[in-house]
Design a protein around this ligand. Structure first.
Ligand code: SF4
Length: 301
């Protein structure tokens, strides 16, 4: 019986690992994230996402048709109780070149941000600045971050709800300083899969609340909302992610993305015999309380 369980667990693990490898590989290819000769600086925080990213990149490196280097980098931000031996021990064990940058951003953040306010904004900016500078120093050509599909979707809703912007977190990005290209190889991977993989692999996770900061409340609210949707309508998260990859500027309202002002008719164009324009039609049906309910989305392309 025990053997049967072990076999089942192994099969499940292999399936999960294959899926994460396949999705990571697809994202890398789709966005041309890693090219022959690249030196990829893999940023490790000690959380489940970055451990998984390093693990999957290391396994892809062995079979990839191109040759690239991986260098793991962790920033010891001097949070009280940070177990500084954990990451070096792990990185030695898996045999990847690594650097630990020691920078006391914890004290700066504590000094600048009033007690009780969330410190993550300034803390991440300081960390980002240091990491970008370090990438230059070691000649890294790409900086890999461990954000996954669910982080991207949460960011989309946070920007929409609280920032009035339709923007998320791209799989590949030219940093503001124009000197670094940031890649997010786990962009297609679901957080649930990553969490499960990290658990099965037994990564030595470093807790992320050492700094005493409260989890970003707004992000948690959005996360809960998405999880509730997913329970109610399985597959919705993936559909939302597909939407991020399938943007139709002419069906939005951004004057900078589509030239609505100079929109002209073309009398020579062939007539669409469906009798409607070629956009998605939202069918609306009245509810008893006089409001309307979305009942169907028909894509008539
Ligand atoms: S949780 Fe702490 S260490 Fe992490 S970003 Fe926020 S302030 Fe920085």
């Amino acid at each position: 019986m025990k053997e049967l369980h072990e076999r089942k667990d192994r099969l499940e693990f292999n399936k999960l690992q294959k899926r994460l490898r396949r999705l990571t590989g697809s994202a890398i290819v789709d966005y041309n994230m890693i090219e022959d000769g690249d030196k990829v600086m893999v940023c490790l925080s000690g959380g489940k996402d970055s451990y998984t990213m390093l693990d999957i990149l290391m396994s892809l490196q062995k079979t990839a048709p191109i040759s690239f280097e991986l260098v793991a980098v962790n920033m010891d931000q001097k949070q009280p109780g940070f177990p500084e031996h954990v990451l070096p021990a792990y990185l030695e064990q898996v045999g990847v070149p690594y650097h630990i940058i020691e920078r006391d951003t914890y004290s700066i953040v504590k000094e600048v941000i009033p007690e009780g306010k969330t410190t993550c904004g300034l803390c991440s900016r300081l960390r980002r600045g240091t990491l970008y500078g370090f990438a230059d120093e070691i000649g890294a050509t790409k900086i890999a971050l461990g954000h996954h599909r669910d982080d991207i979707i949460e960011t989309l809703f946070l920007n929409m709800f609280f920032g009035g912007k339709l923007k998320a977190m791209p799989p590949k990005l030219l940093a503001d300083d124009k000197r670094n290209i940031v890649i997010r190889p786990l962009s297609y991977c679901a957080e649930e899969d990553i969490a499960h993989f990290a658990e099965l692999k037994g990564f030595p996770i470093i807790p992320c609340n050492l700094c005493g900061s409260q989890e970003n409340l707004q992000r948690q609210v959005v996360k809960d909302m998405l999880q509730q949707w997913e329970r109610q309508f399985p597959g919705r998260t993936e559909t939302i992610f597909s939407a991020i990859r399938n943007v139709q500027p002419s069906q939005l309202a951004d004057l900078n993305l589509f030239d609505f002002v100079n929109l002209k008719t073309n009398k020579d164009a062939s007539v669409d015999d469906s009798g409607t324009d070629s956009c998605s039609i939202l069918s609306l049906a009245p509810l008893t309380d006089n409001s309307v309910q979305y009942v169907d989305v028909l894509d008539i392309h």
